[in-house]
Design a protein around this ligand. Sequence first.
Ligand code: FAD
Length: 390
Amino acid sequence: MSSASSSAAALNQLSDAQFRAEVRAEFETNYPEALRYPSHRLLWREQETWYRRMAGIGWIAPSWPVEFGGMGLSPRKLLIFLEEQERWGIARFQDHGIRMVGPILMQFGTQEQRDRFLPPILSCDHRYCQGYSEPEAGSDLAGIRTVAKWDNDGWTISGTKIWTTMAHDVTHMFLLARTGSDGPKQSRISFFLLALDSPGVTVRTIKDLSGAEELCEVFLDDVFVHAADLIGEINAGWTVAKSILGFERIHVGSPQLPGSGLEMLRRVLKRRDAHILPGVEDRIAQLQLDVDHLALVYEGYAVALDSGLSLESDVSMLKLWATETFQRIADLTVEIAGPAGGASGEVVLAGDAVSILGSYYRARPSTIYGGTSEIQRNILAKHVLKLPQN
Ligand SMILES: Cc1cc2nc3c(=O)[nH]c(=O)nc-3n(C[C@H](O)[C@H](O)[C@H](O)COP(=O)(O)OP(=O)(O)OC[C@H]3O[C@@H](n4cnc5c(N)ncnc54)[C@H](O)[C@@H]3O)c2cc1C
């Protein structure tokens, strides 16, 4: 059976081992060698050919139900799909449309909205960024100040979004804006989809510590959004936004992130006599065990999802575990790389070009985005451990 001809239904009939072999064959045969394990986040134009291929063979939305054009994979098969992607070093594109907007439209969108917005996500013509955070609102998202005012047959939106990943490289943004003035802060927010080429939108990139320009500010100056592009009820944006938080945490909490750190650690280890550092083998073994253990627990969540159980607050544990382990791995990698660990950009170690600091810089913000570690601990303290609140 050739990969390209394997329908979603046929793939789901395969055993896990057969499915893994099928996915692996597709990735190893067709993913460009030059794009494996990139040291920086790739722009759309660099990976467009690959993802258009994935769209063409129906593999772009592995978790979406078949009725909406996805592969309809069970969580266990989805895990295998993601593992194989990671193992082969396939770069992820800005796939918020697939991971977040699609599921939201399936749950809260009207049929007209699904018909209009889902196909261009599947074809990659619409690619989304997440417009939640603002200069005065991050952890306390209910404090957003962006305002949407009713204007004839739609909304006029004004405000500033910040830390918007890859806004300069996508076509659309999903965003939260304030639409009411009464009641608790959470009940005055609505959820909109916005084309970034709309009049009044200005996107400005922010250069980070590594010199990369992946984060953006997005200025919204009387931007008109048609009434039909509000998703869910007016003032119910908080409920819409919260619906994907669990999935965001299970995604960031996958062993992929620390696994990619271990891959970099191994590449550095092969090329230096790191074993002269006291205790280094113990530390590596401990980190490897932490990642393996995380993978087992993560799989438990996947199996639970498979059986129809929903995600509870304890999923926050995964994000803490994955990101903090990733940081420890990145710290050790820099340490054992010696002077090369402090060099920015790619360094050549015994003929292999690696970006050690790149891995380190990827690890640092992982405990901030998608909800900081402090916020995850608060959630666990309150909802899992039931500790008393101040
Ligand atoms: C690389 C990166 C990519 C990002 N991409 C996006 C994106 O695409 N879209 C988007 O909308 N946002 C994005 N963000 C923003 C991110 O969601 C916020 O940075 C995050 O929610 C924290 O908000 P803040 O920066 O305003 O910090 P603050 O909320 O001001 O927090 C500052 C510090 O105070 C702590 N703190 C805050 N409240 C509490 C509390 N109640 N209890 C204990 N400690 C607390 C925090 O943990 C943190 O250490 C991104 C951030 C980064 C770093």
